[in-house]
Write a protein that binds this ligand. Sequence first.
Ligand code: FES
Ligand code: FES
Length: 171
Amino acid sequence: MTSLTINGQTVELDVDPRTTLLDALREHLKLTGSKKGCDHGQCGACTVLLDGERVNSCLVLFAGCEGQDVTTIEGLGTEDNLGAMQRAFVSHDAFQCGYCTPGQICSAVATLKEVERGDASIVTGKDDVHLSRIEVQERMSGNICRCGAYNNIVDAVIETGSSDGQKEAAE
Ligand code: FES
Ligand code: FES
């Protein structure tokens, strides 16, 4: 039996130890917001937050999440009460078919946190981390979207980060 918290609710589930977090969410818990694209850690469609950090849930075993805290797209807001990043994606038309959008939004939420605490990336050294377009593009590059909405996604992430008090440094 694995016990963990999902979107603020304690969940106990007994599944085959080979079951991924993604399959447990979708098939056993009916939380179908997280999408299965490649199932190989390459597309980001399955991204969720695990103890606040983004992970590809297709690469994580559910049984390994004992005692941890999972947030999925369903935990970031509801249809009637969207979260800030969800609202920004809507207002910037940052999705097309929408299949990969839940993963993009989870990734974007974690991106803001990474920038805020100054995590270094390949495009900025640890002394120069700010919410620039290039920083957002680099950090979101693991979420592959084939609908060409990248500019709108970057706009949505920067707007949300800026309204959170982070300084926009986009050119
Ligand atoms: S489905 Fe997990 S990264 Fe593609
Ligand atoms: S929104 Fe369709 S693949 Fe990304």
